[in-house]
Design a protein around this ligand. Structure first.
Ligand code: NAD
Ligand code: UDP
Length: 389
């Protein structure tokens, strides 16, 4: 028997093979989750997305040893009647589909709201009507700003954990005014969370909500001009990787003072697998998934990435490795920011016994080694073509 055949859940019971409808399976998180499920479990995945570049190695075609365990369904959940059939065919649906890059929130707020709220509605409805379990991906951004951020800069209470630690069942969701369209994403995610929660309360939907806190690693987003639009603005890991690959200074938005906690994608994926395989412990819960030990300011992240990339690539850093830019220059009007994001880990620890493992330095080494190998030559080619034309 394969190791998968003897898998046990956290309570010592054998885990039955599941069919999982994974929507957004072609994205960053989806690609890692598909890989993990194929390598270490006996579950079957119906992978739904509009594109499959990041899971091509698994689905186009599926390698012989995975035949029958993973299939790709190219469809847009906005308008495709096949969606309900796929959800009905599965035991569990995982919805990862979303517009989730901050550069879009204030510049494409309608698309952002439709993608994160309206387009997710049928998924929730089909799960509820067909009594299927749902794992819905939300975001740490539903917490918005910390309570402490409203106190004066040097106020002593800012140092007290109750003014900044983010707790699933206790912390409020604090967003800026409507003109700050940055919050369109957080607000849409909050409302879909409330809807999923209400379906659980009123109609008995079995649900789990995941709030990722800056999961990062290989295959995140795109490098502008190489595997994404030249003018596109991905999330910070890909922005800084792109700057390093092109030997440009890293751009610090509004001084780079915001704080984030980064967790390695492979640690975070282990938490998702625990949720998949332990429904009795995961249903009805909202889980923070992050690494509270990996906190840095964006400026510190830029410094670390500059140092790590110099080691990985053998190229000395620039004399001026960073420059400041205003958020209105970088993102346009209506940008705003979360000041600090420390996840409380009590609930996920108690329910699933999960803890993140990888320190920031180590995960940056692995990730920037991947970025350098994957993109350096392509970036060089693209830069020489651009300068020739
Ligand atoms: P991603 O953009 O890499 O993946 C999302 C995938 O969904 C993409 O492949 C996209 O093509 C697909 N998709 C979007 N709209 C679709 C539609 N209408 N029909 C079919 N497919 C569609 O993003 P990710 O980082 O993998 O994030 C996955 C989820 O996790 C999102 O809901 C996001 O809001 C949430 N999240 C992620 C992070 C993080 O740290 N990576 C943080 C907070 C929240
Ligand atoms: N940021 C930056 N320079 C960049 C890209 C992002 O200073 O080139 C900042 C951004 O303003 C935010 C943080 O990095 O404070 C994290 O941005 P990300 O896009 O990863 O998303 P967020 O964590 O805000 O959801």
């Amino acid at each position: 028997p394969s190791p998968a055949a003897t898998r046990l859940d956290l309570d010592g019971n054998p885990i039955a093979p599941l069919t999982i409808c994974m929507i957004g399976a072609g994205g960053f998180i989806g690609s890692h989750l598909c890989e993990k499920l194929m390598a270490e479990t006996h579950h079957t995945v119906l992978a739904v997305d509009v594109y499959c570049d990041k899971i091509r190695h698994l689905v186009d075609p599926a390698p012989p040893h995975l035949a029958g365990r993973i299939s790709f369904h190219r469809l847009n959940i906005k308008n495709d009647s096949r969606l309900e059939g796929l959800i009905k065919m599965a035991d569990l649906t995982i919805n990862l589909a979303a517009i989730c890059t901050p550069a879009d929130y204030n510049t494409r707020p309608l698309d952002t709201i439709y993608s994160n709220f309206i387009d997710a509605l049928p998924v929730v409805k089909y799960c509820s009507e067909n009594s299927k379990r749902l794992i819905h991906f939300s975001t740490c951004e539903v917490y918005g700003k910390t309570i402490g951020s409203f106190l004066p800069k040097d106020h002593p209470l800012r140092k007290e954990p109750e003014f900044y630690v983010l707790k699933e069942d206790e912390s409020p969701c604090i967003f800026g005014p409507i003109v700050k369209q940055r919050w369109s994403y957080a607000c849409a995610k909050q409302l879909i969370e409330r809807l999923v929660f209400a379906e659980g309360a009123e109609n008995g939907l079995d649900f789990t909500i995941v709030r990722p806190f800056n999961w990062i690693g290989p295959r995140m987003d795109f490098i502008p001009g190489v595997d994404g639009p030249s003018e596109g603005v991905p999330r910070v890991l890909a922005c800084f990787s792109n700057n390093l690959l092109r030997r440009e200074p890293l751009k610090l938005v509004d001084g780079g003072q915001s704080q984030r906690t980064f967790v390695y994608i492979k640690d975070a994926i282990e938490a998702v697998v625990l949720m998949i395989e332990n429904p009795a412990r995961a249903n009805g819960h909202i889980f923070n998934v992050g690494n509270p030990n990996n906190e840095v300011t964006v400026r510190e992240l830029a410094q670390m990435m500059t140092e790590v990339y110099a080691n990985v690539s053998g190229e000395a850093p620039l004399d001026e490795p960073m420059i400041d830019v205003s958020s209105s220059q970088f993102y346009g009007e209506g940008y705003d920011d979360s000041d600090k994001r420390i996840p409380d880990m009590t609930i996920i620890n108690k329910q699933l016994g999960w803890n993140p493992k990888t320190p920031l330095k180590d995960l940056l080494e692995t990730t920037l080694t991947y970025q350098h190998k994957t993109y350096k030559e392509a970036v060089k080619r693209q830069m020489s073509q651009a300068s020739a034309s």
